[in-house]
Design a protein around this ligand. Sequence first.
Ligand SMILES: *Cc1c(COP(=O)(O)O)cnc(C)c1O
Length: 371
Amino acid sequence: MATADITIPEDLKPADGRFGAGPSKVPASAVNALAERGLDTMGTSHRKSAVKKQVKRLQEGLAEFYSLPEGYEVVLGVGGTTAFWDVAAFSLVRTKAQAATFGEFGSKFAKELAAPHLEAPSVRKAEPGSAARLEAEEGVDFYATPHNETSTGVAVDVRRVAAEGALTAHDATSSAMGLAVDVNETDCYYFAPQKGLASDGGLWIALMSPAALERTEEIAASGRHIPGFLDLKTAVDNSRKNQTYNTPAVATVILAAEQTDLLNSQGGLDYAVKRCAASAENLYSWAESRDFASPYVTDAALRSNVVGTVDFEGVDAAEIAAVLRANGILDTEPYRKLGRNQLRIAMYPAVDPADVAKLTESIDYVVERLA
Ligand SMILES: *Cc1c(COP(=O)(O)O)cnc(C)c1O
């Protein structure tokens, strides 16, 4: 059957068809709340109380969600995770970093860590679909790994590298809000709000340990030239006043605060982790039971509960994604540079596990007709 002729029956379709890994589904309730709260915040000064109240709501909500340990702070700034990589290179790395890379996002950060003011980073690389581990190394003062590699759907445990005086940082852009973590095991758990936080892009958020805050002070006082936009000390000082250094996306802050409050009211991190695990169970058990599909990540212990990747055989995944798209089920295409016959499904807390189950029914329907 030609792809254009395939109409998925309504009763097989998910109630909400947004499965993008980022930007990701923003719940209707949050969009509606924005319409209401936006009227006395958007278009008003980010240095005054209405906007600062929203920033504070987000900071306090995240502190509650993560049972933030004593001395940790919720720091935020403008520019998304990509900007934060440079923030870290300028304001957190003393001389040399070690980076674990096993996909696109980890590799990108490793490139930023090869900055001219630093020694060449040591890179521990593993093939996409598997994971590389950080390891204590002489001369390294900053260790970095993705918590969840969004390009491949591989998640690792969050654990601090046992290296005296060094910092460990985790890119939690897609794992934040959905994967289990003990923040005591990291010095910098950073993310952007357009993935697990069900918000929009443009900001970075970092849960920083006392050691990371101290390192920030040390480097700020060292005389190193740090561009203002990338100056973490400036961001810390502003965050303590519930502000950002330069103008933030206020709608992004409000949507992120909505999702954080919602998850806190439903049971916090434990609730969110279980919800994502239920979605993942629906996706992976289905993929394992079909001849034409299989989970891309062969080691089940590394399979992400927030970003699922499924390989297809004997059927063109791009065609499936196109039919799904034509039927209102969006952004199931794989990460473009991975180049596999694959679908990638976001299963962040905002996504209903029942919708993931419906998605698999929709895929079954499409595959049957494409065959
Ligand atoms: C999406 C993503 C990024 C990039 O985030 P931006 O806010 O677009 O810069 C970085 N790291 C990971 C793990 C991601 O998933």
